[in-house]
Design a binder for this molecule. Structure first.
Ligand SMILES: NC(=O)c1ccc[n+]([C@@H]2O[C@H](COP(=O)([O-])OP(=O)(O)OC[C@H]3O[C@@H](n4cnc5c(N)ncnc54)[C@H](OP(=O)(O)O)[C@@H]3O)[C@@H](O)[C@H]2O)c1
Length: 536
């Protein structure tokens, strides 16, 4: 097939070579869905506005719903206006962008749809100069991932690319990557039957967040933190991802997934890996991904004896969130009135290596909690000698005396930034200790627009840089860790039979009020170690 020569976008010339995507056609499966309108199209449009896309590109949406190219363009315009949070919409720019959008209705289970897709992509290669480079974005229900990949292979659209071939096919997979260990292995084996690992981009949008990427820069571009980033100086680490919303209209999805699969097994494990990893030997994608995987492999597996002391599940009951009455999970739409699905999960992990031996890492994530925030808090040890205790009386203000005043907090959202807490003397004739915070905030420090996670990740997938994507062995290592817990929770009912011999008193669901910080069991889990969750 003759290839149309493309004129390089002159505005891209200021970018380094490796940051310039080649011409491409991006096929979005599930283009009628929520993710396409809320995240994907706003991100692609933002890349276009910043001149980060090449001259030759096309976006081809597909779903079963019938619509014309023009109807697709109109609906995507509406979505871009609605969901592009901090990008001013410009009609002229949209008019130049919109002709790159196309739509073909089709059932992704049906091979004929792929034959039509192939001829459309051939036409686009000629008319839009996409040069035969194809990136397939799977934004459908997860049950379609394997059929789509298989049919892409059967129709010749996806294949293992040999180094000498000029054009490339790539596949972007949305989470969840399987439902448990066996299903994730099955999905992975289907992907690897069709594609090489470097052609597979598993999205964990946490890795696309600027603050999450900054964890590595903070640790390895500075010299003052790394010498104390270990068991000698760090007492424990708390990772919290809290939402104030409930399951909203996603009851059916949540009944299947729950907090463990939705948050802990993927997003929070990426945060654990970044905070605990060793410095990579270089910034090439595989070196950094190697180090992330090593962390997961060093985590102590859950054993039947410890599982109920190392994990807590919760489900929200009635209550008030930010002053508004909230109903219990079991009354949500598409949720069973007897559901035992967890809307809160907390865990204690130990990384059994030289750096982290004996340092507990606590994870918690839940819905309908008191505040929306995601953060990593690194709690340093107390000074070896409690000098100021000698003064007697209550000298500590706003500070738990039992813990060191030094906490380093990486705020992932909202108010992204980093803060460091330290103790200081309050001015006055007596020695009164107060805790103060040094704060860095992205919003105020740089004053420039922060790209969305999807913007960064879609650009990286177009460039062919997999650094910020989950590699096959990472996903598997994470499922290996969580599989015993998944099985244990499936076999047992909270508060009935599963807490014999447990130091934590596991109560029946619902076990926390909407608007609280989760079930008391989660506090008990930390209390066993003499710790407490940070008051947020
Ligand atoms: N939404 C999010 O914020 C989010 C976040 C993280 C991950 N994800 C993942 O991303 C994926 C998409 O999520 P979503 O929220 O966009 O889901 P969604 O709103 O349900 O959209 C999926 C789309 O797939 C299409 N579809 C279903 N069956 C099809 C078939 N047989 N052939 C062709 N198209 C079919 C449907 O359109 P038609 O009815 O027109 O076919 C539907 O609009 C899911 O795997 C989800 O887990 C989503």
């Amino acid at each position: 097939m003759a290839q149309t020569a493309t004129v390089e976008n002159p505005l891209m010339l200021g970018l380094p070579e490796e940051k310039r995507p080649e011409p491409f056609a991006l096929v979005i499966f599930g283009a009628h869905g929520d993710l396409t309108k809320r995240k994907l199209l706003p991100a692609i449009y933002a890349l276009y506005v910043q001149n980060l896309l090449p001259e030759g590109f096309a976006i081809l949406g597909t779903s079963r719903t019938e619509k014309t190219d023009q109807e697709f363009r109109d609906s995507m315009k509406e979505a871009v206006i609605k969901y592009s949070e901090d990008l001013e919409f410009d009609e002229g720019t949209w008019e130049r962008f919109a002709p790159a959008l196309y739509y073909r209705a089709g059932d992704s289970k049906n091979l004929d749809s792929y034959k039509e897709m192939k001829s459309t992509l051939e036409e686009l290669q000629k008319s839009r100069g996409t040069m035969g480079n194809h990136i397939f974005y799977l934004s459908t229900p997860p049950s379609l991932y394997m059929p789509i990949v298989t049919k892409l292979a059967e129709s010749g659209l996806a294949y293992k690319r040999k180094g000498s071939e000029p054009a490339w096919p790539r596949v972007v997979v949305e989470k969840p990557f399987g439902h448990d260990l066996p299903s994730s292995i099955e999905l992975d084996s289907t992907l690897h039957d069709v594609l090489n690992e470097h052609q597979i981009y598993r999205i964990d949008h946490y890795l696309g967040k600027e603050t999450v990427q900054n964890i590595m820069c903070f640790r390895f571009a500075n010299s003052i933190f790394e010498p104390i980033w270990n068991r000698e100086f760090i007492d424990h680490i708390q990772i919290t991802s809290a939402e104030t919303i409930g399951v909203e209209d996603r009851g059916a999805y949540y009944e299947e997934a729950g907090a463990l699969r939705d948050m802990l097994q993927n997003h929070l494990m990426q945060l654990v890996a970044l905070v605990a990893m060793e410095p990579p030997i270089s910034l090439d994608p595989e070196s950094t991904r190697d180090e992330r995987v090593k962390v997961l492999k060093a985590i102590r597996p859950l054993s039947p004896e410890t599982i109920d002391n190392f994990s807590v599940r919760g489900q929200y009951g009635d209550g008030f969130v930010l002053g508004n009455r909230a109903q219990r999970y079991r009354d949500e739409i598409n949720v069973s009135p007897e559901s035992s699905r967890e809307t809160f999960a907390a865990m204690k992990l130990y990384i059994d290596n030289w750096r982290w031996a004996g340092v507990p890492i606590y994870l918690r994530s839940g819905k309908r909690l008191a505040k929306r925030l995601t953060e990593i808090a690194v709690q340093f040890r107390k000074p070896p000698k409690q000098l100021f205790d000698q003064l007697g009386g209550s000298i500590y203000h706003e500070m738990p005396k039992s813990e060191s005043p030094n906490v380093l907090v990486m705020k992932i959202q909202p108010d992204d930034g980093i803060s460091l807490k330290f103790a200081t003397k309050q001015p006055g004739p007596t020695t009164q200790i107060r805790s103060l915070t040094m704060d860095f905030r992205y919003g105020t420090a740089f004053g420039s627009r922060t790209p969305s996670a999807y913007e960064r990740l879609i650009l990286d997938a177009l460039i062919g840089d997999p650094s910020l994507f989950a590699r096959s062995d990472f996903v598997e290592a994470s499922w290996i860790l969580y599989q015993p817990l998944i099985e244990h929770w499936e076999k047992t009912v909270p508060g009935k039979s599963n807490d014999k011999g447990s130091e934590i008193h596991h109560r029946p669901f619902p076990n926390y009020d909407s608007g609280s910080w989760g079930p008391p069991e989660s506090d008990e889990m930390l209390a066993i170690e003499g710790h407490a969750w940070r008051e947020l």
